[in-house]
Design a protein around this ligand. Sequence first.
Ligand SMILES: Cc1cc2nc3c(=O)[nH]c(=O)nc-3n(C[C@H](O)[C@H](O)[C@H](O)COP(=O)(O)OP(=O)(O)OC[C@H]3O[C@@H](n4cnc5c(N)ncnc54)[C@H](O)[C@@H]3O)c2cc1C
Length: 580
Amino acid sequence: MKVIKHSFDGVIVGAGGAGLRAAIEAAPHMKLAVITKLYPTRSHTGAAQGGMSAALANVEEDNWNWHAFDTVKGSDYLADQPAVDILCKEAIDSVVELEHWGLPFSRLENGKIAQRRFGGHTVKEGEAPAFRACYAADRTGHMILQTLYQKCVSMGVTFFDEFQVLDIKIDDGVCKGVIAYEIATGDIHIFEARAVTFATGGFGKIYKVSSNAHSLTGDGPGILYQKGIPLEDMEFYQFHPTGIYRLGILLSEAARGEGGILRNKDGERFMERYAPSIKDLAPRDMVSRAIATEISEGNGAGPNNDFVYLDLTHLGAETIKQKLPDITDFVRTYVKIEPINEPIPVQPTAHYAMGGIPTDVNARVLSDVTGTVLPGVYSAGESACVSVHGANRLGTNSLLDIVVFGKRAGQSMVDYVSSTKPMALSDNAAEDLTNKIENLMEKDHSLEFSVPRIREELQDTMEENAKIFRSEESLEKQTKILSDLRDRYQNVTISDKGKVFNTELLEAIELEYLLDMSDTTVASALHRKESRGAHSRVDHVERDDKNWLKHSFAFKNGDSVKLEYKDVELGNYEPKERKY
Ligand SMILES: Cc1cc2nc3c(=O)[nH]c(=O)nc-3n(C[C@H](O)[C@H](O)[C@H](O)COP(=O)(O)OP(=O)(O)OC[C@H]3O[C@@H](n4cnc5c(N)ncnc54)[C@H](O)[C@@H]3O)c2cc1C
C-alpha cells in the first residue's frame, strides 16, 4: 500500500458545523488541516431543519437564564449546569456572529431575526412555550453549514475531502497524529499533528429506523474507545417523535412549533393527556414515549395500529409554504400525500446521541471519571458529551452546541499548539492500520459474514431490544446478540478487492464502530436501574436522584464493557419533578 506523510500542527476530523467552526478559530494560528470522509457540505449538519436557539428576545421577553432552566429541566437534571450556562450565555453572540458571516436567517416584519417555538423551551421557567429558535425556513442547518464552509474557504483553510480517518496515534499518553485512508485511491496518509479535534457527528445507524445519514457510524468515539478512552452517558439516545412512518426521515419539531398537532387513530389530540400545559411541545423523550404508549394501547392508526398522525391541515397553505417548505416536500415525495389537506403518518425515529466522547467545557477529552485530560485531543459537536444535554436534548440546542463548543475546541487547539513543540511520527506509524486492511482484503467473501448481513441484524435487534422502552430482559437478550455479532464480525469479509472508492472496505471498518456504540449503549442502559430522560426502564420506572444523579463512563474491557460513574455538576437548579 502506498503511504504518504504530511506534517501539520493541528488536524480537525470532520467538516460538519462543529469541525468547521473549530477550523475558523484555529486556522489563523497554526498549520491546520480539516480531514473529512464526506465532501464538507454533505455533512449531516446540512440536513438540520428547524432552528438554533438563543434568547435574543426578538419576539417576546426572554433571557439566557430561562434558556438554561429549560435545558437543565429538559435534560432531566443530568446536564452539567456550568456547561449549560456557557451554552445559553454564548448562544446570543453565536447567532449574531453567524448573521455577520452572511447566514440568511428568516426575518420578522421589523427586520430582526425571526424566532419560533420549539419543544421544551419556555418563558419564565415553564409558564408558556417560548419563541426562542432562530431559523432559516426549515433548512437552518443547510444555511449554517454553507455559511461556515464559505468562511473557511475565504480564510484559505486546507481540506482533505473524502479522506477517512481510521486511527489515532497516542504515544505515552500524548497525541501525535492520525492515519487516514484516501477514498478515491486507497492510499494511506499519515498526518503528524499534536492537536487533534474529533467532530465526527453521531451514530444513529445503530438503529433500523433513523433520521441519520448513512455516514453516521460513530467513527470518532469508536477510534478513541478502542484506544481505552471511555464513552459517557451512552444509554441516553434520543428518539425524535416525528419520523416519516417506516422511513424515519425527519419531520422537524418546527412543524409543531408552528402549530402542528399529533393525533391518534380517533383524531384525539393525545398530548393533552400527557403534558397538559405545553402539549405537543413537550420535550422529545416525553412525546416519543407518549406515541409508543398510544401505539401499544391500540390507539395507533393504520391497519397495524403502528403510527400516529402529525396534523398540519389547519395551518393553511401559506404558512406551510413559507415556513415548512422542505419537510412538506419530503412528505409529497416519499409518502405521496399532500400535507396541506391530509395528516401525515409518523413514528419515533432514532435521532440524536446525547452521549459520546467525554470532554470538559473547553472541548478537552477526558480519559477517566476524575477529569484527567488527554493532552492534545479534543472533541465537539454530536461526537462529544460535555454534557449540556444530559439525559435528553432539547430541539435547537445541538446546532447551538456545535458552534459554541466547536469554537472552544478551536481555541483549545491554539492554546495547546502555542505551548508545545512539533512531534514526529515514525514512517511505520500506519502499520497497524495497513495490516488490518490487508487482513480484511485477504479473506474469501462469504454472504454469512458480509457487512450488510451483520449490520442489518445489529440494527434490527437494537431497534427491538434497546429502543424507547427497555428492560433487564430485553437488554440482556441484546447483550448476548451483540456478543454473537462480534464473534461473527471477527470473520467479516468483503467482495470488493479494489482500491478505488472501496466503500465496502470502509463500511466493514465502520461496522466495528457501530458494534462499539451498541455495546456501550446496551451495557450502560442495563446498569442504570432508573428511568431518566430518554432512558426508560419498564422495570425501574422512577427517576432515582439518590443513586443515579451520575454520568456513566463506559470503558472497553477486552470484548466487554466496564462501567464507572461521575457525579453530575449541579448549579442553580436542584432536581425537581419534571412536569409540563
Ligand atoms: C435530519 C436532522 C435534522 C436536525 N435538525 C436539527 C435542528 O433543527 N436543530 C438542532 O439543533 N439540531 C438538529 N439536528 C441535530 C444536529 O443537526 C446535529 O447534531 C449536528 O448538526 C451535528 O453536527 P456535527 O458537526 O457534530 O456533525 P456532522 O454534521 O454530522 O458532521 C460530521 C463530520 O464528520 C466527518 N467524519 C465522520 N467520520 C469521519 C472519519 N472517520 N474521517 C473523516 N471524517 C469523518 C463527516 O465527513 C462530517 O463532515 C438534526 C439532525 C438531523 C439528523
